[in-house]
Design a binder for this molecule. Sequence first.
Ligand SMILES: Cc1cc(NC(=O)CCC(=O)O)nc(C)c1Br
Ligand SMILES: [Fe+3]
Length: 243
Amino acid sequence: ISFQQNPWSAKGHRKDLDEICRNVIGDMDAYGVCVVDNFLGEDKGKAVLKEVLQLYDKGVFRDGQLVSSRGSGDLKTIRGDQIIWIDGKEKSCNNIQQLISQVDAVVMRANRMTNNGKMGMYNINGRTKAMVACYPGLGSHYVKHVDNPNQDGRCITAIYYLNLNWNVRENGGLLRIFPEGWLGDKVADIEPIFDRLLFFWSDRRNPHEVQPAYDTRYAITLWYFDAKERAEACRRYEKERHS
Ligand SMILES: Cc1cc(NC(=O)CCC(=O)O)nc(C)c1Br
Ligand SMILES: [Fe+3]
């Protein structure tokens, strides 16, 4: 399946919540990956971008761990993204907060709409704060990894992209997902284009990488928790803490 031409993302065709949820449920159950284009519409999308650029200009972003690894003898940085955690109540983050509420609305409704109220057999009852990330270009990238390899409770990764007029051929920054179980080592290539919302299962089913970006590349990520897995992860954590 090529996400660039998914049928429901007809340019400019605004979708109601129900239709989006049906698409999310269908794609997550079928592929474990789902793309929703034109999620907020141009004006609201640009308002979110403006707030992110203001945060970036304020210099509040922190470098993601720069883990170097010995690649062919020379030291190379493993990731170049800079991040800041936002709960949305901060001043002048009102549009980021509205984005978060919109994504919550889709996830919580989809969770309720699926049979016996579970999407992918999860019962979603919470999420992390929003992680606003910027890849500063100059080849910054993120090596192949799994978001939640050890049952920490996160079941769905939601990423909202903000990059106007992004052209992967020139700017790179492609998100490549290697969905487990897809036939014939097919991959999902997701261009980080403006006003695009991406969902994928956070666990080992979806290893992914960000290919080197050659222009500043912004994204806002939310991770949603499965009640049961999260409770167990917290119990394990508490036990380790006291052991
Ligand atoms: C901090 C952190 C960021 C990410 N981000 C991506 O995988 C990039 C996705 C994209 O921007 O297209 N993943 C993990 C497991 C952690 Br931890
Ligand atoms: Fe990731």
